[in-house]
Design a protein around this ligand. Structure first.
Ligand code: FO1
Length: 317
C-alpha cells in the first residue's frame, strides 16, 4: 500500500498516475487543506477538489484546477452586482462548494470527500490531511495575508517573508492518514511534486506525523516539483527563492531534513545531484504534460521505491 502526500496541480497529476497503476486498495492520497478558505460564505477546499476532479477525469486540463467545460454565468452575475470576483468559481464547480458547505454543518470534511469521490466515480481513497481547520497565512512586505489572497488575488506579487499555518498545532491528523501510517501493508510513502513549503509541510507538521512516518521504516520518496531551477507550475520557485530555500535537489533534500530515502529529479537537474549523498536519486523526465507522462512517472517512481530500503536513522523534522 502506497501513501501519497499531495496538494495542488502537480500533486494531483502524479496521484492520478499512481491511481492508474495501483488498485484502489493499494493507494491512499492524503491532501493538504492549508489552502482551504471561506469565500462568499462558502467553504472552498481547492487541493481536495483538484485531486478529486483530476482522478475523476473531470478537471480543466489547461489550468489544472476547476472543471473542464465550465460556464461562468455565476461569475458574470456576481460581477454585475459588484461582488468579489477575483477567485474564479465556475458554475459546475459552485455545486461542489455549496454542497460541501451545507454538509459541513453535520459532517466532517473527510466524510464529504469520500462521498463526493464515490459520486464522481473516483475509486481510490482521497482524504484531507485533517478534519480540523488549518489556514495557511503568509507574512509579506505588505503585511500578513490569507493564502488565497496572496496567491490568487495578489498573484504572489508581495515579497514573501514567512509562512505559518493557523490551527496546525491543535489540528489532529485525519483518520485516513493515521490508519495509512499504521497499516502493516504500507510499503512506501510518495511525496508528490507539490509545493514543499505550502502543500507538503502542513501535512508533515501535523502532530505526530513525521514521528509515525519515521518509525515505519518504509522508503520515503519525494518527486521534485522543480526543473532546472524553476517550478513546473505556479510560483513555487519564486516563493522558495524569497525564503532563501534553494530550488535544487540539494535544497529539496535539506528542506525535507533527513526524511527522504529517495528523490526523483528531472534530467535538467542531474548535474546538480552528482555530489549529493545520503539519498538515492532517480533521474528521469518529470514534466507531466499528459496522461502518458503521469503514468510513466508514477510507474518509474513506484519501481524506484521498490529498490530502496529505508534509512535506519530517519531524522524527525
Ligand atoms: N487559482 C487561480 O490562480 N485563480 C483562480 O481564480 C482560482 C480559482 C479556483 C477555484 C476553485 C478551485 O478549486 C481552485 C481554484 N484555483 C484558482 C486554484 C487554487 O486556488 C490554487 O492553485 C491552489 O490553492 C494552490 O494549490
Amino acid at each position: 500500500m502506497i501513501l501519497a502526500l499531495a496538494g495542488g496541480v502537480g500533486g494531483a497529476r502524479l496521484a492520478n498516475g499512481l491511481a492508474t497503476i495501483l488498485p484502489p486498495e493499494e493507494l491512499i492520497i492524503v491532501v493538504n487543506t492549508g489552502d482551504d478558505f471561506e469565500h462568499l460564505g462558502l467553504h472552498i477546499s481547492p487541493d481536495i477538489d483538484t485531486v478529486t476532479y483530476t482522478l475523476a477525469g473531470l478537471n480543466n486540463p489547461k489550468e489544472g484546477w476547476g472543471l473542464a467545460g465550465e460556464s461562468w454565468a455565476f461569475m458574470d452575475a456576481l460581477k454585475r452586482l459588484g461582488g468579489e470576483s477575483w477567485f474564479q468559481l465556475g458554475d459546475q464547480d459552485m455545486a461542489t462548494h455549496v454542497e460541501r458547505t451545507w454538509r459541513l454543518k453535520t459532517l466532517p470534511l473527510s466524510a464529504i470527500t469520500t462521498e463526493f469521490c464515490a459520486r464522481l466515480g473516483v475509486r481510490h481513497r482521497v482524504a484531507p490531511m485533517t478534519d480540523d481547520p488549518v489556514r495557511t497565512l503568509v507574512e509579506t512586505d505588505e503585511g500578513q495575508l490569507a493564502f488565497q489572497d496572496y496567491f490568487v488575488r495578489r498573484r504572489c506579487a508581495p515579497r514573501l517573508l514567512g509562512v505559518s499555518f493557523a490551527g496546525l498545532e491543535t489540528a489532529r491528523p485525519g483518520a485516513a492518514l493515521l490508519s495509512a501510517l499504521a497499516d502493516p501493508e504500507l510499503s512506501a510513502i510518495v511525496i508528490c511534486p507539490s509545493n514543499p513549503l505550502l502543500s507538503i509541510r502542513p501535512i508533515l507538521s501535523l502532530a505526530g506525523v513525521t514521528n509515525l512516518l519515521s518509525r515505519r521504516r518504509v522508503p520515503v520518496v519525494a518527486v521534485s516539483p522543480f526543473i532546472g531551477g524553476k517550478s513546473v507550475k505556479g510560483p513555487a520557485a519564486k516563493i522558495m527563492h524569497e525564503l532563501n530555500l534553494p530550488v535544487t535537489p540539494a535544497g529539496l533534500l535539506s528542506f525535507y531534513d533527513g526524511l527522504l530515502d529517495g528523490m526523483v529529479i528531472d534530467r535538467a537537474d542531474a548535474d546538480l545531484a552528482d555530489s549529493l549523498t545520503g539519498c538515492a536519486m532517480l533521474v528521469t523526465d518529470t514534466l507531466m504534460r499528459n496522461h502518458a507522462d503521469q503514468d510513466r512517472l508514477a510507474s518509474e517512481t513506484l519501481d524506484f521505491t521498490r529498490q530502496l530500503s529505508p534509512r535506519q536513522d530517519h531524522k524527525l523534522m
